[in-house]
Design a protein around this ligand. Structure first.
Ligand SMILES: [Zn+2]
Length: 160
């Protein structure tokens, strides 16, 4: 599969957990968790595991891993190190009750792009609320690192 390092785990370690996941799913020893996207909250989207913790013994639930939609995983979580401003703006979008797929709506996407521009210029702007989202001070995605050193530093592992 050829994963890159993440959270201080090598590509090989990441491959090994994914291989074990495939094996356990096939044998029925673990089941896919069906949940709304555990980042943006979209209740109506396919999700896959975003893994923060590849340590053994393997854990298959939060906080080791979260079920997230494809846009949150591929466009946002994986690209956050290269595009920090976009990640910050996306978090603001989620806080205002936005789903990742809302950004496919041209009107919402325009608002999002304008918001990013305004922030870059140092203007204080707000995105308008899209839906109620439960207030939480401790969302896992609020705490993710943007320091690319954490990709390879073994000290960034959640568990040894
Ligand atoms: Zn999502």
């Amino acid at each position: 599969m050829g994963y890159n390092p993440y959270n201080g785990y090598s590509g090989k370690e990441r491959d090994e957990k994914e291989a074990e996941r495939a094996r356990l799913l096939k044998s029925g020893e673990i089941q896919l968790r069906h949940t709304p996207c555990e980042l943006c909250g979209d209740p109506d989207t396919p999700t896959k595991a975003h893994v923060e913790d590849y340590s053994k013994p393997y854990q298959w639930e939060p906080p080791a891993e979260y079920m997230v939609c494809e846009t949150c995983e591929n466009d946002m979580l994986q690209k956050r190190f290269r595009n920090k401003d976009r990640w910050d703006s996306f978090k603001a979008h989620v806080r205002r009750g936005g789903y990742a797929r809302d950004l496919q709506d041209p009107v919402i996407n325009k608002e999002f792009l304008d918001y990013r521009d305004a922030r870059e210029k140092g203007e204080k702007v707000e995105l308008k609320k899209l839906r109620d989202r439960p207030e939480s001070k401790d969302e896992w995605w609020e705490r993710l690192s943007l320091d690319s050193n954490t990709l390879t530093d073994p000290k960034s592992r959640p568990r040894p």
